[in-house]
Design a protein around this ligand. Structure first.
Ligand code: NI
Length: 187
């Protein structure tokens, strides 16, 4: 299949907690066209430019069921191997893993979150072809973190109330300092 490269990838603006799109349920992708592929190029470029291991479409203000990941590219000598998951589902999960997480949309917050350590997933690639895969440990954590974004869930939602309140204060100070969205988070 011929992929016509229309232009250079663009750096997209990352939405910060408090932004409404981050809290919306993302919509399924139905058109697997050049516009989708151009968007995914931009999303992937933005993930690398912002030093992320994953980036979901709602984080750049696009409420669609799409995310990109590259689990190990930041490690020494690692080669970039971007992966895209469209309309993903988790069809099996097992075990528990606790890992420190951060998020490009939640600046300056790093906290341990417990998730499933072994998952089986289904999704579609950029041409709409079905994907079935298994992930364990760190890749499973990253997948679940990005998958949450498609449901309007942020990793701070998994924290205890006390930890959340502590970070909420810090986040609101950050928002005030940078005026990222022009407003504070309310709850
Ligand atoms: Ni995130």
């Amino acid at each position: 299949m011929n992929k016509v490269k229309s232009n250079k990838a663009n750096l997209l603006k990352i939405r910060i907690v408090g932004d409404k799109t981050l809290r919306m349920e993302a919509q399924a992708v139905t058109e697997f066209d050049q516009e989708l592929r151009d968007f995914i190029d931009d999303l992937t470029y933005t993930m690398y430019e912002t030093d992320g291991v994953g980036l979901a479409a709602p984080q750049v203000g696009v409420s669609k069921r799409i995310f990109v990941v590259d689990f190990y590219w930041a490690e020494d000598g690692a080669v970039k191997k971007p992966r895209v998951f469209i309309n993903p589902e988790i069809v099996f999960s097992d075990g528990k893993i606790t890992h420190e997480e951060g998020c490009l949309s939640v600046p300056e917050v790093y906290e341990k979150v417990t998730r499933d350590s072994h998952i089986k997933i289904k999704a579609q690639d950029i041409y709409g072809n079905p994907i079935e895969e298994e992930f364990k440990e760190f890749p499973a954590v990253v997948f679940q973190h990005e998958f949450d974004h498609l449901k309007g869930i942020l990793f701070i939602d998994h924290l205890t109330k006390m930890k959340y309140l502590l970070h909420k204060h810090k986040i609101n100070q950050y928002l005030k300092r940078t005026n990222a969205n022009g407003e504070n988070i309310q709850n």
